[in-house]
Design a protein around this ligand. Structure first.
Ligand code: HQG
Length: 178
């Protein structure tokens, strides 16, 4: 089974278009695994996918994009569905990082980091992760440093994505340094 392809399909279903699979995410983004499997098994490429495959896909993935708990599955970050996924605010580390193409920097330094197509701004816990995120769009991404602790103290809300990824509603420019 092509677990990378399965992961992409699941990200599409659980982050962006659950209705195409006749699924509805709950407030925290969960769906029942049996319901997901019914939808997947209808499409010829995924006729034989089982819960075990979902577990293997998550265990084998370099990035922790999805999680399973109590018979349900959800995407941990990346959502663009109209209904905003509820996250519990958490205390961020002193610094967080954001990798972005050079062409976006002037706008970010003017308007702050905005979620754009997604529900939340995505931040990285370390520079390496930020570089990888930025390299999706630019070979030589710019790594911005966010004064997360300071921003949180002054009322900006941060949320856990996974161990490497933090989320925020917006990050005002005054907390961002190049
Ligand atoms: C930019 C992937 C101009 C921002 C990754 C980014 C991540 C602005 C782009 C996760 C801006 C949005 C998310 C402003 C933000 N002016 N540009 N004011 N504010 N931007 O893809 O953070 O592999 O929605 O810098 O690894 O790149 O899919 O966010 O370039 O973890 O699991 O607008 O998605 O994970 O792009 O990536 P995205 P992102 P997966």
């Amino acid at each position: 089974m092509d677990y990378m392809k399965l992961s992409k399909e699941l990200s599409y279903a659980l982050r962006h278009a659950p209705w195409e699979y006749e699924l509805e995410l709950d407030e925290e983004g969960w769906v029942e695994i049996p319901q997901l499997l019914v939808a997947l098994n209808e499409s010829p490429g995924w006729r034989n996918v089982t819960e075990k495959d979902l577990e293997k896909m998550i265990a084998g993935s370099e990035k922790k994009r999805h999680e399973i708990s109590a018979g349900r599955i959800r995407a941990l970050y990346g959502h663009s569905t109209p209904q905003k996924i509820t996250k519990i605010a958490a205390e961020p580390p002193r610094w967080l990082y954001h990798g972005t193409p050079g062409r976006a920097v002037a706008s970010i330094m003017e308007h702050g980091l905005q979620p754009r197509q997604r529900q939340y701004v995505h931040l990285s816990a370390d520079i390496d992760t930020a570089r990888q995120v930025g390299q999706r769009r630019d070979n030589q991404p710019v790594i911005l440093r966010v004064q997360a602790e300071q921003a949180a103290r002054e009322g900006v809300l941060f949320y856990h994505g996974n161990d490497n990824i933090w989320l925020a509603d917006v990050v005002p420019a005054r907390y961002i340094e190049q």
